[in-house]
Design a protein around this ligand. Structure first.
Ligand code: NAG
Ligand code: NAG
Ligand code: NAG
Ligand code: NAG
Ligand code: NAG
Ligand code: NAG
Ligand code: NAG
Ligand code: NAG
Length: 294
């Protein structure tokens, strides 16, 4: 292990040509705002993170520092998982109220090494007269609109069609997102216009809500459809799952050809091809624990 550490340090020196602090040095933070930051992620001067995995620890409006992706990035990091190459970041819940004219929300996009996880996320919509679609694309100016979406409606006269945990049309709908895109945009439609209906539907709350979010974090409650509770209880934001990988080699076989940049430096590490595009992640070999990137 000593040798591995030394080798990693030498490699870094060779790569940067200066004297960066090695990962784990006292000048690299390993946590921010209570969130653990394991290498290849890092906060601090060059060398604290593998290139692309830099984070910044910044002040937030509600006091206290929190980790954010990249240097000027607006995604606050909620947590990192090394073994499955995933991270969770905070995403805003979109709302469409009866007095708002804005229907098209901001584009949310990720850049390498991050990709939006298809399997880990769902597009959830709550409301009693809500039509929301999600467009996807490669970048902010290349969104294919109306790619998918769903309708949440018909809550029933006293909300009697609503049921906790049942997100299947009455007051709530959800759909999977299209795989392989990195930018998405939520867009609401005017229910009355779409369905050419001015019919008074009972129990319509002032706002409808939609969010691209971690599937396992979404549990529908009856009150979500008829009030602002979905938004309020979550402080207006929800976690979304991104998949990361070392992406400058297309897979493990290619990565091993360039020993100097191969990220799985621990003797007891195993390379795993990324399941979210080109690249790879490192795991510990069976029976070993620790950080395979060190
Ligand atoms: C940490 O940073 C301080 C001040 O910038 C510097 O003097 C010191 O050499 C650095 N230590 C390491 C281990 O890089
Ligand atoms: C991959 O990235 C590492 C660090 O980010 C860099 O040192 C290396 O040269 C890159 N390798 C290739 C094949 O681009
Ligand atoms: C969420 O909204 C806040 C306040 O408008 C904004 O500062 C932040 O950048 C947004 N976050 C994302 C991920 O869009
Ligand atoms: C939706 O369309 C109806 C009928 O055209 C209109 O009365 C209503 O103000 C619209 N709602 C919003 C939020 O724009
Ligand atoms: C709306 O639904 C809630 C339950 O979600 C119920 O308590 C309330 O009485 C309903 N309001 C009307 C006007 O039906
Ligand atoms: C919408 O509904 C009105 C009255 O119900 C009807 O006269 C009109 O033709 C409808 N428009 C469309 C486009 O279906
Ligand atoms: C929006 O909803 C609120 C509360 O349900 C209601 O008081 C208000 O009149 C509505 N505004 C419009 C423009 O429909
Ligand atoms: C990774 O992908 C390459 C190219 O498709 C394949 O040859 C290799 O067997 C895969 N798995 C590992 C662990 O290298």
């Amino acid at each position: 292990m000593q040798f591995q550490k030394l080798a990693a340090i030498l490699l870094l020196l060779a790569a940067v040509g200066a004297l960066p602090p090695p990962p784990g040095s006292s000048n690299c933070s390993t946590a921010s705002g209570g969130v653990d930051i394991p290498y290849p992620f890092g906060i601090g001067p060059a060398g604290c993170a593998l290139p692309g995995f830099e984070l910044t620890c910044r002040d937030t409006s509600n006091g206290g520092k929190k980790p954010f992706l990249g240097h000027g990035g607006h995604f606050e990091l909620a947590g990192v998982s090394l073994s499955d190459g995933q991270a969770r970041v905070w995403n805003n819940i979109s709302s469409y109220c009866n007095d708002t004219s804005q229907t098209i929300m901001d584009v949310v996009s990720f850049a390498d090494p991050y990709r939006l996880s298809q399997a880990g996320n769902t597009f959830a919509v709550v409301g009693c007269q809500a039509v929301a679609v999600v467009g996807v694309g490669d970048s902010a100016d290349n969104i294919v609109r109306f790619l998918s979406g769903c309708v949440a409606t018909n809550c029933g006269r006293r909300g009697d069609r609503l049921a906790d945990d049942a997100c299947s049309g009455a007051g709530c709908c959800q759909t999977t997102i299209t795989k392989g895109f990195n930018a998405y945009q939520v867009e609401f439609q005017n229910y009355s216009t779409v369905f050419n209906s001015s019919k008074d539907i009972y129990n319509v709350s002032r706002c409808s809500y939609a969010a691209l979010m971690e599937s396992s974090s979404f549990t529908f409650r009856r009150s979500y459809a008829t009030s602002s509770e979905f938004f309020d209880a979550n402080g207006g934001r929800v976690p979304v799952v991104v998949e990361w990988a070392v992406r400058n080699a297309s897979n493990c076989v290619e990565a091993r050809k360039n020993r100097e940049s191969y990220a799985c430096v621990s003797m007891n590490s195993a390379c795993v091809n990324s399941s979210s595009g080109p690249g790879y992640i490192c795991n510990c070999a069976k029976g070993f624990e620790g950080n395979p990137y060190l």
